[in-house]
Design a protein around this ligand. Structure first.
Ligand code: AMP
Ligand code: ZN
Length: 146
């Protein structure tokens, strides 16, 4: 990673720099994957480039090759982390009108356990369910499969 590719006033750049904590499941020079603070379902993970790209409209082909190649690897680790996971949604909100709140490109990977799972990504707020020990266990289960 090159620090000049990050910006100061961005939440996810701060997470990359380690200035804001995260439940990291995977990290290398190109990307970081960590649990979404509001778990739509257990194991809901965000994959972000270690370069401040606002959203998909910022990606060059080289950026796409460099950063998006990790989606299958992380998705497969999430699936393997819990035998109850039947499927997984990969969602990306690009732009405010599309529901993007954090303006650093991120890919939502949302495990599906059954028909009762909530569907919406940005409109579900389960932040009250936050539990340090449980989140760490979930992050470790994914991490162990990478
Ligand atoms: P979006 O609406 O696609 O921009 O999604 C932003 C996501 O970032 C939401 O699902 C938030 O729950 C998540 N989020 C916000 N702050 C944090 C944080 N500090 N750590 C992990 N996830 C976060
Ligand atoms: Zn950023």
């Amino acid at each position: 990673m090159n620090n000049t590719e990050l910006v100061d006033d961005c939440l996810f750049c701060k997470i990359i720099k380690g200035n804001v904590p995260s439940y990291t499941v995977f990290e290398n020079d190109d990307v970081k994957a960590f649990l979404d603070i509001s778990q739509v379902t257990k194991g809901h993970t965000l994959l972000i480039p270690k370069k401040h790209l606002t959203n998909i409209f910022d990606y060059s082909q080289a950026d796409a090759q460099r950063f998006l190649q990790y989606i299958p690897e992380v998705a497969q680790a999430i699936k393997k982390s819990d035998p109850n996971i039947k499927g997984l949604n990969i969602c990306v909100n690009n732009g405010e009108v599309a529901g993007q709140v954090v303006m650093h490109s991120h890919i939502h990977l949302i495990p599906r356990y059954g028909d009762e799972d909530a569907i919406s990504v940005p409109h579900v707020n389960n932040a009250d369910d936050y539990d340090e020990t449980r989140y760490q266990e979930v992050a470790d289960a994914i991490k162990d499969n990478l």
